[in-house]
Every structure is written in structure tokens, then in C-alpha cells.
Design a protein around this ligand. Structure first.
Ligand SMILES: [Zn+2]
Length: 358
């Protein structure tokens, strides 16, 4: 193995991820993974060369039970045999739990690899699955299982930065009382989107109080709002908490073109957000795991490529052939005021727990 070989970034993928599929009329189809891999290889061979493809293994019951209850695993198994529903939007079709275990295995492997290599990438982010529930197209919570695995292996401080448009209720619930895990979520205003959780006052409990930080983003929030949230809340917390590992999760659904959400990022902004996270962790020598699999509508692949572009800091020509609406100035000002108000309130309530906020 030469030097160039060693510096490639581990990327976990298995063709059987395609079994993670909720049926013909559902917005989440298993074909998204192969489609992305094809586009990556065909359009950006040089970028693909910088990635080292690794094959994951399915997560065992033991691994899953670090965050999910035994009774939940039993319920999942029995529902799958009769095509039952975990929630109205999440039906278990034959093979879907095996694919879910493979995704969890990939995220855990990527997380372990990041500790060795500095950065690793996987298809993951099933953040709506909690200790004893599954919903929002999520069967097992790969993010939480990955965190639990490295905590068991000796890490003491892990930061989960969830930038999916939907708030990560499952991950939040699993670590709500655990001060070893700082959970920060930037998501669309929960008054306007599933799961309807992630208000600023949801900030952890007991020993974990102050270690859950929810940043609701206004509808149509664009790059300037994300930049404010990152600069004023996320980066100061990164310095205050000094994590030994950062797991970022979230796919293309903060894009303005997403068909299930209402945020306002374009491809450059998504790249900018991921690039900022990547640079800030590298600067501080914090291993970074990047997980994505969400996104809805025609531009999921383009969004995921924008994420890769951010992690690798590569030139990649990406296009969404749809114009983003230019907002009238009064609306732009209104969104900015809303963001300002949220960030000021958040700093005030975080101040007792984190002395970086005044
Ligand atoms: Zn989402």
C-alpha cells in the first residue's frame, strides 16, 4: 500500500442497501444508493479515486441492543414477517430489516474507521428510531448505535451534529440524559414539519441537561442563516465540549428543491455547510464521520454529491435545473429576524450550562 492509497477516505457501501425500501409509492426507495454510486463513478472518477470502498457487515442483536430494547427487536422481527407497520409511514417489507442492519453495521464501521483515519463516510442517518420505537422511515438508529459502540470502546465525549431537515428525535431520546453525548440538531422549525419535536427548550434532562441543543431553522432558511447558527452556537460548543469524535448526519433534504421539506439551501450552500464542518473538525484534529441517506424528490443524488464535494473539498460541477425563488426583501428580513430571535433565546437558556454564551 503506497502513501496515496493510505490517505484515501473509507466509504462504506453494500449493494444490498437496496433492500432498504418501503415500496413503489413511498418517497424512500432502495434504488437511491446504487444510483448515487453509478453517478459518482461515471461523472467524477477522480473523486471516486479518493474514496476507499469498504464492505460493511450486518449489525448483530448485541450491537443493536446497546440502544434498542430487546422487546423492540422482537416486535420488528414479528412485524416484518407479516408486512406490518412500525408507524403509518414506515412499513416493514421482507428484507428491510436485514438491509437496516447492514446500514447500521456500515455506520458503526465508518465510526471506528474515522478514529483511525481522521475521516470516514457512510450511508446512514436513521435518526427517527428511538429506544423502543421506529418511525419516519427509520427502523434502527445507526447514528445512536455507532455512538454507543465507541462509548463502550472507551471514548468519553461524542458530538452528534444532525443537519437533516427533520429533527433527530430518536437520537435525542436515546441520549437525553447522557452528558457524554452532545446532540446538536439544525432542523426545519418543528411547528412546520415532522417529527414536530426539537424546540429550543428541549435541552436534555438530569446529568444530560444542557447536552441536547436544538436549533430550529425558519422555513426557507438559506446559507446566511446556517452560517449564523454555525458561528454563534455550533462552533463555540465544539470548542467548549472538545469532542473526541464528531458524527454528522443528514442528507439532501435541506435543499430548496426537496419535496417533503421547506428549507432554502442550494447546492453551494449544502457544500458550504459540510465543508465548514469538515474544516473545523480537521483544524482541531477531531475525527469526523459523515453519514447521509435522506432526501426526497428528483435531486437527491445531486445533493449527496454536494455533500461529498464539501467533505473532500473538490471541484465538482453540479446542477439543479430549477431556479430558486428570490424572496422579496420584507420576507428575507422576517426570516432573519426569526433566526436572530431563536439564536438569542437559545444562548440565554444555554448560558447556565456553557460559559461560552453570554
Ligand atoms: Zn430528513
Amino acid at each position: 500500500m503506497d502513501k496515496g492509497e493510505r490517505s484515501r477516505i473509507p466509504f462504506y457501501y453494500h449493494p444490498d442497501f437496496s433492500g432498504y425500501d418501503f415500496g413503489a409509492t413511498h418517497p424512500f426507495r432502495g434504488s437511491r444508493f446504487d444510483r448515487f454510486m453509478r453517478e459518482l463513478v461515471e461523472r467524477f472518477p477522480a473523486v471516486n479515486e479518493r474514496l476507499e470502498m469498504r464492505v460493511p457487515q450486518k449489525a448483530s442483536d448485541d450491537l443493536l441492543m446497546a440502544v434498542h430494547s430487546k422487546s423492540y427487536l422482537e416486535r420488528v422481527n414479528s412485524l416484518e414477517t407479516r408486512r406490518g407497520f412500525l408507524s403509518p409511514d414506515t412499513q416493514l417489507l421482507p428484507g428491510s430489516t436485514d438491509a437496516a442492519r447492514l446500514i447500521v453495521g456500515a455506520s458503526v464501521a465508518a465510526t471506528r474507521a474515522s478514529v483511525e483515519c481522521g475521516t470516514a463516510i457512510g450511508f446512514g442517518g436513521l435518526h427517527h428510531a428511538g429506544p423502543n420505537y421506529g418511525e419516519g422511515f427509520c427502523i434502527f438508529n445507526d447514528v445512536a448505535v455507532s455512538v454507543a459502540a465507541v462509548l463502550q470502546e472507551g471514548l468519553d465525549r461524542v458530538l452528534v451534529l444532525d443537519t437533516d431537515a427533520h429533527q433527530g428525535n430518536g437520537t435525542m431520546d436515546i441520549f437525553y440524559e447522557d452528558p457524554r453525548v452532545l446532540f446538536i440538531s439544525l432542523h426545519q422549525d418543528p411547528r412546520t414539519l415532522y417529527p414536530g419535536r426539537g424546540f429550543i427548550h428541549e435541552m436534555g434532562k438530569g446529568d444530560g441537561e444542557g447536552y441536547t441543543v436544538n436549533i430550529p431553522m425558519p422555513v426557507l432558511a438559506d446559507w446566511s442563516m446556517y452560517e449564523m447558527a454555525m458561528a454563534e452556537i455550533v462552533i463555540p460548543l465544539l470548542d467548549a465540549f472538545q469532542p473526541e469524535l464528531l458524527i454528522r448526519n443528514g442528507g439532501s433534504d435541506p435543499l430548496f428543491t426537496d419535496t417533503l421539506t421547506n428549507l432554502g439551501l442550494d447546492l453551494d450552500a449544502l457544500t458550504g455547510l459540510i465543508g465548514m464542518i469538515s474544516r473545523e473538525t480537521r483544524k482541531r484534529n477531531i475525527p469526523l464521520v459523515d453519514l447521509f441517506l435522506s432526501g426526497y424528490g428528483p435531486y437527491v443524488t445531486e445533493g449527496w454529491l454536494a455533500i461529498i464535494r464539501g467533505i473532500l473539498d473538490e471541484e465538482m460541477e453540479l446542477v439543479i435545473p430549477e431556479e430558486k425563488d428570490i424572496l422579496p426583501p420584507f420576507q428575507e428580513e422576517q426570516i432573519e429576524r426569526e433566526m436572530r430571535n431563536t439564536l438569542d433565546k437559545l444562548k440565554m437558556i444555554l448560558h447556565p450550562f456553557w460559559n461560552v454564551f453570554f
